[in-house]
Design a protein around this ligand. Structure first.
Ligand code: NDP
Ligand code: MG
Ligand code: MG
Length: 338
């Protein structure tokens, strides 16, 4: 596996062209500002009545409507939420993009599952930072970069690879290291990671742990500290140095409990479910279900989300976090950097 760094990128391949950032949210805002600060020529495309239009202006970026911006673009980064990309592609990008322009995604969902079939003349590439937008921005400002992936779906001009690496360089990705992947691999592993482990798995584990302690009569505040608050300390150790670093810092008692009890909680039943979740990603079941949910007005999605937000762990957490001053500090620091 090759890791691409700043030395592998030729920013000139993109710097003097026009990069249009379509979607100025978590990723778009970070990409646009990093590219601008790297000396690239950036134009934000935003609907005039949305909050992003004003935000991009306040951030000192050039902004225009999608109808005006897209026809001028040499590279279009489509960074709106995944579920609206297909209609924006059909209505605005496909009819208005210049022949031979490049279309860039930060997640392969729509291309991989066939919701978008890009025009044959377009380069179709992916640059996906492995972190949220606020981190992509704050790392860049500190002279570092979030490790990123790139992939090529369609190389119409022969320049797709050079453009991908130039873009990854402009957002700071090459400082953290860039690895080549494919649209199927990025899409399927990203979905699996967030469903089974990072978002779905981790939160279910936390909530079930909380419920188990509270049901047994322990104080909810104590339960919150033990199963949610302290998770960050363990995740930070894993992030810094893997399992070895965690074992180095936790007590022997914690290690013995981990090694003997962990596999009983996350057991072979969990593995079977993980394989099933992965199968539903790979065969398109998840994509079809989520697209249908979006098209039907998202009632189920909203109800499930509300159920999460109404869980007792949220009320306890809000109270306890109010007295943890450093959380406010770090949240405001992130906001300033975001
Ligand atoms: P956001 O949800 O933050 O995007 C919001 C932006 O999209 C806003 O600028 C909003 O404009 C615009 N938008 C929303 N709906 C429409 C619409 N109908 N028409 C025009 N503009 C619209 O997106 P993310 O940054 O979370 O995700 C963007 C892409 O990046 C996705 O493909 C995602 O999978 C990928 N990704 C995201 C990561 C993350 O950390 N969030 C990590 C890696 C990849 P307005 O203000 O006008 O509403
Ligand atoms: Mg994702
Ligand atoms: Mg959950």
């Amino acid at each position: 596996m090759k890791t691409y760094t700043t030395a592998d990128a030729n920013p000139a391949a993109l710097r003097d062209k026009l990069t249009v950032i379509y979607g100025y949210g978590s990723q778009g805002r970070a990409h646009a500002r990093n590219l601008r600060d790297s000396g690239f020529n950036v134009l934000v495309a935003a609907r005039p009545d949305g909050a992003s239009f004003k935000q991009a202006q306040e951030d000192g970026l050039a902004v225009d409507t999608p109808e005006n911006a897209i026809p001028k673009a040499d590279l279009i980064a489509l960074l709106t939420p995944d579920m609206v990309q297909a209609e924006l592609y059909e209505q605005i990008v496909a009819p208005l993009a210049k022949p031979g322009a490049a279309l860039l995604f930060a997640h392969g969902f729509n291309v991989h599952f066939g919701a978008i079939t890009p025009r044959q003349d377009l380069d179709v590439i992916l640059v996906a930072p492995k972190g949220p937008g606020a981190l992509v921005r704050s790392q860049y400002e500190e002279g570092r970069g979030v490790p990123s992936l790139f992939a090529i779906h369609q190389d119409a001009t022969g320049k797709a690879r050079e453009l991908s690496l130039a873009y990854a360089d402009g957002i700071g990705g090459t400082r953290g290291g860039v690895i080549e992947t494919t649209f199927p691999e990025e899409t399927e592993t990203d979905l699996f990671g967030e469903q089974a482990v990072l978002c779905g798995g981790a939160t279910e584990l936390v909530v079930m742990g909380f419920e188990t302690l509270v049901e047994a009569g322990y104080q909810p505040e104590i339960a919150y500290y033990e199963v949610l608050h302290e998770l960050k300390l363990i995740v930070d150790l894993l992030n810094e140095g893997g399992l070895a670093r965690m074992h180095q810092f936790i007590s022997e008692t914690a290690q013995y409990g981990d090694l003997t009890r962990g596999p009983r909680v996350v057991d072979e039943h969990a593995r079977t479910q993980m394989r099933q979740v992965l199968k539903e990603i790979r065969d398109g079941t998840f994509a079809r279900e989520w697209i249908a949910e979006h098209k039907a007005g998202r009632a189920n999605y909203q109800a499930l989300k509300q159920k999460d937000l109404d869980h007792p762990i949220e009320e306890v957490g809000r109270r306890l976090r109010a007295s943890m001053s450093w959380l406010k500090d770090s949240a405001s620091a992130k906001k300033a950097a975001a």
